[in-house]
Ligand binder design. Structure first.
Ligand SMILES: Cc1cc2nc3c(=O)[nH]c(=O)nc-3n(C[C@H](O)[C@H](O)[C@H](O)COP(=O)(O)O)c2cc1C
Length: 217
């Protein structure tokens, strides 16, 4: 059975990244009624930051020569490590169960929200691989960062996630679907960019539907 894991990370209920992610998820689920759908909202239900026990578990993984994720439970030898493992296990189980990982995230301060980073910190161990899972990231940003725009070099959101998935998960074909100029909805000084935002969002929603249909085949 094919499994989609859907992660939301925006603090905003009427969120644009949530809207695009939901478009992907609804399209995929309609095309794959036999599929399994897992959902986690790291903004509404935050994952704690890693603690001392987690770092000890990570050291135990390194000392054992790498990550056999099936051996993590047995490596959690101390009460602190076992405590960390109790928190990690359900998060890691749903991530490893996924064939497609859909992450809907706002841009905060040129990067990702702390809530999403906290989740990555919990589920990521040295030298683990998540290939051949597919990763899809839907984002919304207040400004514009697409290639050629004046602030393109400030996009530490897509760049970070692309490098992070490649470097830690061995996943190199992540698809990003970004809606730009979202601040034009609320900032009168950006009113002339409202059309550009509306177009960007429409293109993103259409891309999410098309990709979901392709990934449902
Ligand atoms: C805490 C915070 C930080 C933000 N930082 C940036 C930023 O660095 N660059 C940017 O273009 N927009 C920034 N924005 C605007 C958001 O990216 C924009 O509101 C976007 O729509 C958020 O996604 P969402 O609609 O899915 O919540 C920020 C918004 C918040 C709340």
């Amino acid at each position: 059975m094919t499994t989609l894991l859907h992660i939301d990370a925006s603090a905003r209920a009427r969120s644009i990244s949530r809207q695009i992610g939901a478009e992907f998820a609804q399209t995929w689920r309609a095309a794959r009624p036999d599929g399994r759908y897992l959902y986690r909202d790291v903004a509404a239900d935050p994952v704690p930051f890693i603690d001392q026990g987690w770092t000890e578990l990570c050291d135990a993984v390194l000392a054992a020569g790498g990550t056999d994720l099936d051996r993590l439970e047995e490596l959690a030898g101390t009460p602190e490590q076992a405590g960390a493992w109790a928190l990690v296990q359900p998060l890691l189980d749903e991530l490893r169960a996924a064939d497609i990982v859909l992450i809907a995230t706002p841009m905060y301060n040129y990067s990702i929200p702390a809530s999403l980073k906290a989740w990555f910190d919990q589920v990521t161990f040295p030298r683990m691989s998540l290939a051949p899972r597919r990763f899809v990231v839907t984002t919304a940003r207040g400004g514009a960062y697409s290639p050629g725009s004046p602030k393109a070099a400030f996009d530490y959101q897509e760049r970070f996630l692309r490098d992070f998935f490649a470097g830690h998960y061995a996943v190199t074909d992540t698809v990003f679907i970004n809606a730009e100029m979202a601040n034009a909805r609320v900032d009168p000084a950006l009113a002339q960019f409202r059309d550009s935002h509306d177009t960007s969002l429409a293109v993103a929603l259409s891309a999410a539907r098309a990709l979901a249909e392709e990934y449902a085949k």
